[in-house]
Design a protein. Structure first.
Length: 247
């Protein structure tokens, strides 16, 4: 939300009526942060894995979102506390680049979740914690391409089984498909890093995978059917199209 407010009013003065909201959001994040970790159990982007304060655990993507939000809030309303907490969060992220594995790990803390995760694209875009051409970011993307890229595009993470296919009140988990929204997210990263050929190639390839609404997932068989439309995927399509200069 802090990121969205800043981006919306980027070249304008933020109206006073939003000051209370900004302060509540930023202070709320700071109030549950203890130098290296959140003081409450947190859930990741995919609403699946949890991180716990007693293990100093954080979701890397979530840290990036919070750090960037606080940084931008500080640009709107100067606040030393927000700036300090943002820097502490960024420090945790950058310490969790694994030089043996050559990628940023999915979580930070005493126990690292080592599965490569597509949400780590967020370190470069939209949160600008690590530059797209930073060698660590390049290596992280290369590992994604090697481990979670299938014919139709990116999976969320290694060994993902979620397919939204329900039976008697539970998900069957017969294996995940690729997510078009992740493809469009990667398109943006490719373009920002100067790899315009790969960006346009993946963009066009993804557009051929559906005829009307953009689905949550694309499967490699005719049995599993994805839910659609996925609003998030449509939003990422618009952002990718704009990044490529097509609108």
């Amino acid at each position: 939300m802090l990121w969205a407010i800043y981006k919306f009013f980027e070249r304008k003065k933020v109206p006073k009526k939003y000051v209370f909201l900004i302060e509540e959001l930023a202070n709320g994040l700071c109030n549950i942060w203890d130098k290296t970790h959140f003081t409450k159990k947190t859930q990741g982007l995919w609403e699946y894995y949890h991180c716990y304060p007693d293990l100093d655990e954080n979701h890397t993507y979530s840290l990036a979102a919070c750090a960037r939000g606080l940084n931008l809030a500080n640009k709107i309303i100067t606040n030393k506390r927000w700036e300090t907490v943002s820097k502490q969060m960024i420090k945790q992220i950058k310490q969790r680049y694994d030089h043996k594995l050559n990628y940023f790990t999915r979580t930070t803390g005493k126990i690292k979740l080592l599965k490569i995760d597509a949400s780590l694209i967020g370190l470069a875009y939209p949160f600008d914690i690590v530059k797209p051409n930073d060698e660590r970011m390049i290596k992280t993307i290369e590992i994604m391409e090697a481990k979670i890229m299938v014919d139709t595009g990116l999976l969320r993470y290694e060994y993902d089984t979620y397919d939204a296919w329900a039976f008697e009140g539970g998900y069957m988990g017969k294996g995940a498909g690729s997510w078009p929204l992740l493809n469009f997210w990667l398109v943006i990263y490719y373009h920002l890093s100067g790899n315009k050929k790969s960006a346009l190639s993946l963009y066009n390839k993804t557009l051929k995978q559906f005829e009307d609404y953009i689905p949550e997932q694309v499967f490699d068989n005719d049995i599993q059917q994805s839910v659609k439309p996925l609003a998030w995927a449509h939003a990422m399509f618009i952002l990718a199209t704009k990044e490529l200069g097509l609108i």
